[in-house]
Design a protein around this ligand. Structure first.
Ligand SMILES: [Zn+2]
Ligand SMILES: [Zn+2]
Length: 354
């Protein structure tokens, strides 16, 4: 690698392994910040994105190429590193350790101006729309998206940008609760466990974890008030017993028809189902059920820049149980993807830049 070049790992054709590409190192202009990548977390969604489509249920799917995601694309959105160079207008200090907020909007539309970038219709998120963190360097459009993470382990800060933030933003949508209420975390994978580590800081409610994997349930049981196997025929009855009726809220970190239906059935009147998981599929919903039981069904996608700041502050202040983190060289990125696809990864893998 010479001074003006960098390595990156790109999707060049949907559904095929990432290609190592030697390209030009970007030069930041205006408010842009160039970050030297130290590590980038590998997310299940990277594996989905590489495939090039999402199952929307009912035999429908979305081709990513048709919603403005174009190739070649450097994936990777849980980025931690140091400021390497700044544009002439950017207020960031070269050499400063930073974590990158990747969920960036166009910056121009009314949503972006109001600070609701997640609702931007033309996002330029790093690692899903623009070049991301599986590279030596990543170009960040504005200094406001690079944040200091002093007092936090660098790899924990990196994972906060997606799995941590997704869990946190979903928890922030929980209705106000007392110790008599019950919240269900459906799915004890990376996201569910991240939520479990944070939830006691955000609600007084009783916490029940539901999954279909005995090993994951065992891991979750230590921190939850109860853990239930969704495959048990009496899992709904047991939840009702634990909750003294139904749950105030269910957060579905899986997003399969089975989990969505289980979650909706578990709610008490006035309850909320918050859907986070993107596994895909569709379901038939009884429409009168929503008004008759006064239910709320809501989606939650990653989290806002403000929520990211709040989460970093929380991680700085409080000891938070985090998911196990495994470090592997970025050059092994395709093997890491395969391990995730095969369900062989418990917790988070951090790809360490060379
Ligand atoms: Zn992610
Ligand atoms: Zn916008």
């Amino acid at each position: 690698m010479t001074l003006n070049t960098m390595l990156s790992y790109q999707v060049t054709e949907w559904g095929t392994p990432l290609q190592q590409v030697l390209g030009r190192k970007p030069e930041p202009a205006a408010n842009e910040v160039l970050v030297r990548v130290r590590a980038c977390g590998v997310c299940h969604s990277d594996v989905h994105i590489r495939e090039g489509s999402y199952d929307m249920g009912g035999g429908k799917s979305i081709e990513l190429g048709r919603i403005g995601i174009h190739l070649p694309l450097t994936l990777g959105h849980e980025i931690v590193g140091t400021v390497a160079a700044v544009g002439e207008g950017a207020k960031a200090e070269v050499g400063q350790p930073v974590v990158v907020y990747p969920w960036i909007g166009c910056g121009q539309c009314r949503h972006c101006v109001a600070g609701e970038e997640l609702d931007c219709e033309t996002p330029r998120s790093l690692g899903t729309r623009r070049a991301g963190g599986y590279a030596d360097y990543v170009l960040v459009p504005h200094e406001r998206y690079v944040l200091p993470y002093d007092g936090i382990d660098p790899l924990v800060a990196a994972s906060a940008a997606c799995s941590g933030l997704t869990a946190y933003a979903a928890l922030r949508k929980l209705p106000a609760a007392t110790a008599d209420d019950t919240v269900v975390l459906l799915g004890a994978g990376g996201l569910g466990l991240a939520a479990l580590g944070l939830i006691r800081h955000l609600t007084l409610a009783r916490v029940v974890v539901v999954d279909a994997n005995p090993a994951k349930l065992e891991l979750a049981r230590a921190q939850a008030d109860a853990a239930l196997d969704i495959r048990d025929a009496d899992s709904q009855a047991r939840l009702r017993e634990l909750a003294g009726g139904g749950a105030l809220a269910v957060i579905d970190f899986v997003g399969l028809p089975e989990t969505f239906e289980w979650g909706l059935a578990a709610l008490r009147k006035g309850g909320a189902l918050i859907v986070v998981g993107l596994f895909g599929g569709g379901t038939a919903l009884s429409i009168p059920l929503l008004p008759m039981r006064n239910l709320r069904v809501q989606g939650s996608y990653v989290g806002s820049l403000d929520e990211f700041r709040e989460l970093l502050e929380l991680l700085r202040r409080q000891p938070v149980a985090t998911v196990p983190i495994e470090q592997r060289p970025m050059a092994e990125i395709n093997d890491i993807f395969e391990d995730i696809r095969q369900g062989r990864v418990a917790g988070r893998v951090m790809a360490i830049a060379g």
